[in-house]
Design a protein around this ligand. Structure first.
Ligand SMILES: [Zn+2]
Length: 286
């Protein structure tokens, strides 16, 4: 045996392991979306994972009276805390719950559209973010939050420089894994939808979270025609004073043959997918 042999053997072993690594199939990835029952508000938890990595993203935290639902679910499903807590816009039915979540759950980064609001709720959350030294990031159309397992959360709204009210400037996320897509619209309204369409930022998505709790001023027909959802999840409180979801919006969902599912009727809605088919509350949907 020549002195070089051990090196040759080591090189061959490395080459073999490289071949094995390359020929092995990618570890299966999963994406789970929880439309949390927070009454008349919004809170959506996204967990993307493969065999080695998990990314946790909480989009809105509902109002303060339902914050325990969000906090409990995060504690159960994301024991290491949140990689991202994201506020779509600074209205209380989306951000007030963060007062509880931020105190009880580790949060690595707080994302928003950068809007502030002159309310006690907003001021308390801003104070808490500073006290906990949580890094803040402002998102706009074109940004992306990378998720584990090849999943993606693309920010498709608001456009940089877009002027509108708080709802219209909601952060809208397109979360995808392979051929599966869910569109999370915050309280985006018809004006936001027109903007997204004009920017060619909208593409078909199997699951849509109805904009603004199923308001008639969101989920316009041209927007739904492009999104073409199979399922629309509606987060609204039982017998809420706004009449959400609105019958006109429900008729538009029916007109594009989308099924609807409501937190007020079934509680928290869980959608799971491996990137192709998906389950809704444990039932295979297609
Ligand atoms: Zn809202």
């Amino acid at each position: 045996m020549t002195p070089k042999s051990p090196y040759l053997l080591a090189a061959a072993a490395l080459l073999l392991s490289a071949c094995i690594t390359q020929s092995a199939p990618p570890s299966p990835a999963n994406l789970t979306i929880y439309f949390i029952d927070v009454g008349q508000g919004d809170s959506t938890l996204v967990i993307a994972s493969n065999a080695t990595h998990t990314t946790t993203l909480l989009i809105d935290a509902g109002d303060s009276s339902h914050a325990k639902n969000t906090t409990r679910l995060v504690a159960e499903t994301a024991p290491l805390g949140l990689d991202h807590a994201l506020a779509t816009h600074p209205d209380a039915d989306h951000i007030a719950g963060f007062q509880t979540v931020l105190g009880q759950v580790r949060v690595a980064e707080f994302d928003s559209n950068g809007d502030d609001k002159d309310t006690q709720t907003y001021a308390r959350i801003a104070e808490k973010l500073d006290a906990l030294a949580i890094p803040k990031k402002t998102l706009k159309q074109g940004d992306e939050i990378p998720l584990a397992g090849g999943a993606r959360a693309q920010v498709i709204w608001p456009r940089d420089g877009f002027e509108g009210d708080y709802n219209a400037r909601s952060v809208v996320l397109r979360v995808t894994l392979d051929s599966f897509c869910v569109l999370l619209t915050g309280d985006a309204d018809k004006k936001s939808e027109e903007g997204m369409l004009a920017d060619n930022a909208v593409a078909p998505c199997k699951v849509l979270k109805a904009g603004h709790h199923g308001s008639k001023y969101s989920s316009s027909q041209p927007f739904l025609a492009v999104v073409s959802p199979e399922l629309v999840a509606i987060s609204a409180g039982e017998d809420n004073r706004y009449g959400h979801p609105n019958p006109e919006a429900l008729a538009r969902f029916a007109a594009v043959n989308a099924k609807t599912i409501h937190t007020a009727e079934v509680g928290t809605i869980v959608v799971t997918t491996n990137g192709t088919g998906y389950y809704v509350n444990g039932r295979y949907t297609g």
